[in-house]
Ligand binder design. Structure first.
Ligand SMILES: [Zn+2]
Length: 253
């Protein structure tokens, strides 16, 4: 497999001969207002440019997976750029309706036993924060990819560390794990996605896996920089297990 970090949570996964685009936010730098009640109100989203052209990102994509529909995971630029008949996977009927309303005609709700071109796709649980903020943050999912010719891949999505993430790791024993780790937050309500302590918990639960941390330094409300995470990983002695890609960087496993 090949995993290419694009920007924020947008990644391209080539897996068992198919190309998946996950959580496409494709707008130019500075297109949208900053998320309110959060740091860097002087920076419009996305706060950095794409590392490559939209054409490069979307060409030959076999399926798009949307873990949820927040702007930093599926935006107007993606809706415009993607062919309306492309295969779209979403987490539930509500999101399916919204994606269909945007004009897409080939939308499927992920299940725990979805099969796409002989690849098993397993929808996994996530929690987009802790406590009260969950009501506002809404439902999210992650995905397990399995195929006989590939290592098992777990794309956790916008979730903090909690019991269900451990269960996914224990059940599916993924060898590659992608986590969203910018510790994004509003002024109140705590972490919406993983911070460095959550990432350390993922490592302890899957010490033999390769962990890739994305969703960093791309929208205004980030709280954990790549530099801070890398020095934390060095302190803990786990830098060889956890990769922190720059935008545009890719890995082959
Ligand atoms: Zn997000």
């Amino acid at each position: 497999m090949k995993i290419n970090q694009i920007r924020n949570a947008t990644i391209v996964v080539e897996y068992a001969g198919n190309k998946f685009l996950i959580d496409p936010m494709l707008a130019n730098k500075g297109t949208y207002p900053p998320f309110p009640n959060s740091p860097r109100q002087d920076q419009k989203n996305p706060i950095i440019s794409l590392p490559t052209s939209i054409d490069n990102i979307i060409s030959n994509v076999d399926a798009v997976i949307l873990t949820h529909l927040h702007l930093d995971h599926f935006d107007d630029a993606a809706k415009e750029a993607l062919p309306k008949d492309i295969k779209m996977f979403v987490q539930n009927d509500e999101d399916a309706n919204e994606v269909k309303n945007a004009g897409f005609v080939n939308v499927e709700v992920l299940q725990e036993n979805t099969v796409f071109k002989e690849i098993q796709l397993v929808k996994t649980k996530g929690e987009h924060g802790r406590g009260e903020i969950l009501k506002i943050a809404g439902q999210v999912c992650g995905i397990i990819f399995k195929h006989s010719s590939e290592k098992t891949l777990y794309v956790a999505g916008d979730t903090v560390w909690y019991e269900a993430v451990r269960e996914v790791i224990d059940t599916h024993k993924p060898e590659i794990i992608v986590v969203n780790g910018g510790d994004n937050q509003f002024f109140e309500g705590g972490s919406l996605i993983m911070g460095k302590d959550d990432i350390y918990e993922v490592y302890k639960a899957a010490p033999d896996a390769k962990i890739i941390v994305v969703h960093m330094e791309a929208v205004n409300h980030w709280a954990l920089s790549r530099e801070e995470l890398k020095s934390f990983l060095n302190e803990k002695g786990i830098a060889a297990h956890v990769a922190v890609p720059d935008d545009g960087e890719s890995y082959v496993f």
